[in-house]
Design a protein around this ligand. Structure first.
Ligand code: NAI
Length: 477
C-alpha cells in the first residue's frame, strides 16, 4: 500500500514502459475508447465495485482503465500464473501518479506466480475498503466466481472440509485459501454473494462452469456469457489465437514451422484459428475431433482428421485447444519424436497430463528458459513442453493483440453496464444482438470498412429494421 493504493506487482519501476504500451494499445482498441467517450461524462458505473480476474496484460489495462473511467472502483488479478505482463500491472497501479505516489487501481499479479501466490492474489479481490466485497465480477475461466460459490457453500456448512487424497492440488489450495476466511468470518462470502449484481465471463471454459451451476440451480447471482457474443468467440478465440499461437511458438522455440507436421486437438473456434495460423506458416496440419460436425468442417477445410494415436510418433508439434481433460497423456508424450513441441491453448492445464509426465520413472525436466522445458525420457529422447502445459499464447507470448481484444472487452464493458443497471435473475444470459452488432460497428472505421446501408424497401423485403439487428438469434455466422 503506497498512497492508499494496495498492490502486489513485480516492480513499479516498470510503469513507464507499461504506459507506453498502453498508449499504443489504446489506439488499437477503438471499441473501448468509443465506450469511454460515450459514457465517461455520465459515470454509469459509479458505486460499482468490480473484482476482475483476467490475464493482467496491456490490453486488460485498457479494459480496467475504461471501467474506472466509467466510474467503477476496481481491483484486479490475473487468471493464470504466467499471463501477467509486469509492466502493464505496474502501469495500472501507478495510474496518472508516480512510482512514489501511485493513484491507479489495485493489482495483485505478476508473471510466474506459484499456485499458492495465485490463490492469495485472487482472495485480495474481495478486500475492497471498509470491509466491503465486490458487487460485480469480471471473470475469465471462473476462478473468482468459484471462490464465492465455494465460500458460501462452506460458510453454510460451518466449516471447510479437509482435502482428500483424490483432490487435485489446485482444489486443495482453494480449500486452504478459504479455511482462514471461513473460520474468521463465517458470513463473508454469504454477504458478498447477497450483494453481488453479477458476473460477466470471458471464456468458453468459464461459461461451461456457469451453465453447470445454473443447471444445478446453485448459481448465486446473474451471469452474462461474454464468450458467446459473436464479436467475442468468433473473433478473439479464432483470429486472436491465429496471431498469438505462432507468436508463442516462435518466442519459445524459434523452430521453423514450415514443413512440420502439426496436430491441432479440437476444431472449435480456437482450433480453427490455430490450424489456420500453422497452415499460414506452411506447416502440414492435421486435426483431432470428437464432434462429427467440427470434424466434417475440418475435412471440408482441407485438413486430415486423425486419431492422436496414429500420428503421435510422427508429428513435430502438438497443440491442444479442447477445454477438455487428458487430451495428451504421459504415454503419448513418451512416444513422441525427439524434440517434439507440446503446448496447450485451452484454458486449464489439465489438457496435457503434466502430473503424469512428472511421474514417468527416470524422466528428467530441464529448464531451457522460463516457460520452456525439455523433458528427457530414460531412453534419451526428449520433448519440449511450453508454459508447463498452461495457456502458452499468454505464457510464452503476450496473448491476443489489442484490436481483437477491443471487441472482447467492449462486450465485457457492456455486460458490466447491463448487470449494474438491469434486473437479471440468477441464470446465464448473453448480450442482445444489437449490442453485438454495436461492438462490430465500433471497429469498422479504423479498418476502412465501408458498410452498405439497407434501403427502406430492402429492409421491408427482408423483414428487418434499417438499423438492425440484421440476423435472427439462430443465425450462426
Ligand atoms: P469450442 O467448444 O468451440 O472448441 C473445443 C473443441 O474441442 C470442440 O469442437 C470439441 O468438440 C473439441 N473436443 C473436445 N474434446 C475433445 C477431444 N478429446 N479430442 C478432440 N477434440 C475435442 O471451444 P473454444 O472456444 O475453441 O475454446 C477452447 C478452449 O480454449 C477453452 O478452454 C477456452 O476457454 C480456451 N480459450 C483460450 C484462448 C486463449 O487465448 N488461449 C482464447 C479463447 C478461448
Amino acid at each position: 500500500n503506497i498512497n492508499g493504493v494496495e498492490f502486489a506487482v513485480r516492480d513499479l519501476d516498470l510503469a513507464t514502459a507499461g504506459r507506453h504500451q498502453i498508449r499504443l494499445a489504446e489506439h488499437e482498441m477503438p471499441g473501448l475508447m468509443a465506450l469511454r467517450r460515450e459514457f465517461a461524462a455520465q459515470q454509469p458505473l459509479r458505486g460499482a465495485r468490480i473484482a476482475g480476474s483476467l490475464h493482467m496484460t496491456v490490453q486488460t489495462a485498457v479494459l480496467i482503465e475504461t471501467l474506472v473511467a466509467l466510474g467503477a472502483d476496481v481491483r484486479w488479478v490475473s487468471c493464470n500464473i504466467f499471463s501477467t505482463q509486469d509492466e502493464a500491472a505496474a502501469a495500472v497501479v501507478v495510474g496518472t501518479g508516480t512510482v512514489d505516489a501511485p493513484n491507479g487501481t489495485p493489482v495483485f499479479a505478476w508473471k510466474g506466480e506459484t499456485l499458492e501466490e495465485y490463490w492469495w492474489c485472487t482472495m485480495r479481490l474481495f478486500d475492497f475498503s471498509d470491509g466491503q466485497g465486490p458487487n460485480l465480477i469480471v471473470d475469465d475461466g471462473g476462478d473468482a466466481t468459484l471462490l464465492v460459490h465455494k465460500g458460501v457453500e462452506f460458510e453454510a456448512a460451518g466449516q471447510v472440509p479437509a482435502a482428500t487424497e483424490d483432490d487435485h492440488e489446485e482444489y486443495r489450495l482453494i480449500l486452504e485459501t478459504l479455511r482462514a476466511s471461513v473460520s474468521q468470518d463465517g458470513q463473508r462470502f454469504t454477504r458478498i454473494a447477497a450483494g453481488m449484481r453479477g458476473v460477466s465471463e470471458e471464456t468458453t471454459t468459464g461459461v461451461t462452469r456457469l451453465y453447470e451451476l445454473a443447471r444445478e440451480g446453485t448459481l448465486l447471482f446473474p451471469a452474462i456469457n461474454v464468450n458467446d457474443s459473436v464479436t467475442k468467440s468468433k473473433f478473439d478465440n479464432k483470429y486472436g489465437i491465429r496471431h498469438s499461437l505462432t507468436d508463442g511458438l516462435n518466442r519459445a522455440t524459434d523452430v521453423m514451422l514450415g514443413g512440420k507436421l502439426a496436430v491441432v486437438c479440437g476444431y472449435g473456434d480456437v482450433g480453427k484459428g490455430s490450424a489456420e495460423a500453422l497452415r499460414g506458416q506452411g506447416a502440414r496440419v492435421v486435426v483431432t475431433e470428437i464432434d462429427p460436425i467440427c470434424a466434417l468442417q475440418a475435412a471440408m477445410d482441407g485438413l486430415q482428421v486423425v486419431l492422436l494415436e496414429d500420428v503421435v510418433g510422427q508429428a513435430d508439434i502438438f497443440i491442444t485447444t479442447t477445454g477438455g481433460v487428458d487430451i495428451i497423456t504421459a504415454d503419448h508424450m513418451s512416444r513422441m519424436k525427439h524434440n517434439a513441441i507440446v503446448a496447450n491453448v485451452g484454458h486449464f492445464d489439465n489438457e496435457i497430463d503434466m502430473a503424469g509426465l512428472a511421474k514417468v520413472p527416470g524422466v528428467e525436466k530441464i529448464e531451457v528458459k522460463p516457460q520452456v522445458h525439455e523433458w528427457r525420457f530414460p531412453d534419451g529422447h526428449a520433448i519440449l513442453v511450453l508454459s508447463e502445459g498452461r495457456l502458452m499464447n499468454l505464457g510464452n507470448a503476450t496473448g491476443h493483440p489489442s484490436f481483437v481484444m477491443s471487441c472482447s472487452f467492449a462486450n465485457q464493458v457492456m455486460a458490466q453496464l447491463e448487470l449494474w443497471q438491469g434486473e437479471y435473475g440468477n441464470t446465464v444470459f448473453t448480450l442482445p444482438k444489437h449490442l453485438d452488432e454495436k461492438v462490430a460497428r465500433l471497429h469498422l472505421d479504423s479498418l476502412g470498412v465501408q458498410l452498405t446501408e439497407l434501403s427502406k424497401k430492402q429492409a421491408e423485403y427482408l423483414g428487418l429494421h434499417v438499423e438492425g439487428p440484421y440476423k435472427p438469434e439462430h443465425y450462426r455466422y
